[in-house]
Design a protein around this ligand. Structure first.
Ligand SMILES: [Zn+2]
Length: 353
């Protein structure tokens, strides 16, 4: 049994408090839409500073620079703050397409002493380089299995989770191929699969429909081990019925938008708040579902970082755990959610090692 970090295998008992859906390095600039008006266009192409921060806090997509995390020193200084308040592991789910950076991630792990598990597989179709679409399913499966067994090209760094696998507006030709690849890789390696279900209107033609259940049906038929599958982004607008259905399949439901309570003006789409998330978690625990809940912050913007006025990677430990206690959630159940569940998810059977 064991878990693959960017620094090799460790025991599941050594993971401690784990955030299962984070990014240290990510490029979301594909979500940027340049304003037509000249003054706004000039503003939106400036570097993010304390002077223009107010524009990005109100709308994180307004300033292009806010959509890029690419600084190793900054990432390390932010992640240390997670460790200082009792955190010890993160899953860095950046996959191919959104700026996966194995060596930088390992450097941050070495500087901070935080365990980091990194991802593999493919993000949303519109983020991918064209060479990927030209390759066959079996070629891509082989490439990923090679990464898991021998290390990512040019390094000896091995992914410890498959994902985040990007699902956009529908389960189209690419999504089916990408999910089938993920399932094939899981069958060979035993690794868990973490799936991005589009839940906010950052892509074209988003219709608000959550595809978690359709994805579970599809991968179940393809032979996935649903006990090691995470359906992400279930809490943009928390729907208890949707979450319960996910858990009924044996999968994990991930509430990973803690600290995000954004309003999308163009779509008149408002995200739920942390309080709504905590109340939903209490209800799920009361229904006996604590073993299948995961929580995280999906750090993607500069404005999520403390250096830019955000809550940083320590938000769940600093603010959400106290809120959970206040709302009557037992310490033991909190530990299950932030320690035991991610460890169970990541732990791989001896036969795969
Ligand atoms: Zn995602």
């Amino acid at each position: 049994m064991g878990v693959t970090t960017v620094n090799g295998k460790i025991k599941k008992e050594d993971l401690g408090v784990t955030l299962p859906h984070e990014h240290l390095f990510i490029n979301s600039m594909y979500e940027f839409k340049s304003p037509k008006e000249t003054v706004a266009e000039k503003l939106s192409n400036q570097k993010l500073t304390i002077q223009n921060l107010y524009l990005a806090i109100n709308n994180p997509w307004y300033i292009k620079d806010n959509l890029l995390l690419d600084n190793e020193k900054l990432a390390a200084s932010e992640l240390v703050k997670f460790k200082e308040v009792g955190g010890s592991t993160i899953i860095e789910v950046s996959s191919i397409g959104c700026g996966r950076s194995p060596e930088a991630i390992r450097n941050v792990s070495n500087i901070t002493g935080v365990n980091i598990i990194m991802g593999c597989g493919y993000y949303l179709e519109e983020t991918l380089p064209h060479w990927i679409f030209k390759k066959s399913k079996s070629e891509l499966v082989k490439e990923i299995i090679n990464e898991i067994q021998y290390g990512i090209k040019g390094t000896n760094i091995k992914p410890g989770i498959i994902g985040e696998i990007g699902i956009g507006n529908s389960i189209g030709i690419w999504e089916k191929k990408s999910l089938e690849i993920a399932v094939k890789v899981q069958k060979e390696t035993g690794l868990a699969i973490s799936i991005h279900i589009q839940a906010v209107p950052t892509i074209l033609n988003f219709n608000g429909e959550l595809l978690g259940i359709e994805v579970l049906d599809f991968i179940e038929k393809a032979g996935a081990n649903l006990n090691k599958v995470v359906i992400g982004h279930t809490d943009a607008k928390v729907e208890i019925r949707y979450i319960k259905k996910i858990i009924n399949y044996g999968a994990y439901a991930e509430l990973d938008h803690f600290s995000k309570d954004l309003y999308f003006e163009n779509n008149d789409f408002i995200m739920d708040r942390d309080m709504d998330r905590v109340i939903a978690i209490k209800e799920l625990i009361d229904c006996g579902l604590v073993r299948k809940i995961l929580i995280s912050q999906d750090t993607v913007f500069k404005t999520d970082l403390t250096s830019y006025g955000g809550q940083g990677y320590g938000h769940i430990l600093n603010n959400i755990v106290p809120l959970m206690l206040k709302k009557g959630i037992k310490r033991e159940d909190i530990d299950t959610i932030i320690v035991k569940n991610p460890a169970e998810l990541l732990n791989i059977d001896e036969k795969y090692l």
